[in-house]
Design a protein around this ligand. Sequence first.
Ligand code: UDX
Length: 440
Amino acid sequence: MKISVIGTGYVGLVSGVCLAEIGHEVMCVDVDADKVARIARGEAPIVEARLDELLRRNIGVRLRATMDLRGAIRDSELTIIAVGTPFNGETIDLSYIRNVSTQIGEALGDVDHYHVVVVKSTVVPGTTDDIVLPLLESASGKTAGADFGVGMNPEFLREGEAIADFMAPDRIVIGGIDARAQDVLARVYDTFDVPKIRTTNRTAEMIKYASNAFLATTISFTNEIANLSAAVGVDAMDVMHGLHLDRRLSPVMADGSRVVPGLLSYLSPGCGFGGSCFPKDVKALIAFGAERQVPMSLLSDVIEVNRQQPAQMLSRLARHYPSCTGVRIAVLGVAFKPGTDDIRESPAIPILDALRQSGASVGVYDPIASARLVEETGWSDLRVYDSLVEAVQDAAVIMLVTRWQEFAELPRLVSRNQLVIDGRRMLPKNIPCVYEGIGL
Ligand code: UDX
């Protein structure tokens, strides 16, 4: 199929590249000339596993990057909207969605065939039908349903594993205003043999939010139980292990073995969730509920628990160092999770902020995200270590914030008098040093 993807951010670029890889002819459209030029040269503007390889393989073959939105839409059968939907502090900011909807509508005015416009950006329920569709109609002078279709197809891509998630999805949600629009959208994913949910645009939008809100809730639940476990002198890892053996969570098979659902290995007591999705999406859903007089009180607490969770790292530090003046502290990991250089909403940021104000001498080590941290925060006073070994050798206190696999080497590297605060519970408790962990 010929497909245009509007917006070459994280979701747009990964989707565009993967759609080309599975055989579609894709045009990635962006207003940022520099980004378009980089993509056209086969250089990915973001760090994502296998993205460079797939981009280089497809660019100029089945994938093009362009600033010409009109031309892209004229030459394609389906357009995917993948522009940003930031949370502006009060509510979801739909200005990019509105702008591109109008531009796509204007372009549709010139199109003489049936074209389907699909929203992939995460948008609150009703956005596709009540905002995008009317803008497309008014700007094109055409009628949705008769002249063009409108659909909603949320993404479920984890950063760092986005290509793998796209190529091996667990489900595909095909929202559409009618069967005709859904049929065209379903053809995009013809090659995938996985559950495909055909539904309304509103339901599709709600599925995406419910999915992220559920995961964020299970994380804050785990962390709240972890904090109480630590306060009563038990290890939250043992508590969660006992909880997870409920047969409704880990079903018992006929031979007595257990199915261990991915969710259970995903969850671990920790210093909080970050990233571009959970904090923003949960806040947007709370604001959306409030506008409709449906208080989302559980989700408000999910955010509040998460806001306070980084402080658990600092209270553990205070047990050993009531004053941090001059104490050399190395923070390991600044990315919001391993496998990415993305630091958005990373718990490392409030932790580092507090440490800098405490008078400690603070350094950071992250396999790929340190430079970005310094660039985006302007914290030029931070020491940036080039290797894990260097960071560990230099510090009296080591605070592990991101679950990078290489940090599993710590037991080999630390010495008896060092304090290690494990913000992800990824190290053995008997590591040869003074050990503290969330939920312990
Ligand atoms: C998430 C969803 O997993 C994905 O399906 C959705 O499409 C986008 O949002 P992502 O933000 O890339 O993906 O990362 P994920 O691996 O889910 O982790 C999110 C955050 O939760 C990270 O900061 C991670 O460290 C944190 N986390 C995870 C915890 O703090 N505790 C846990 O127990 C699990």
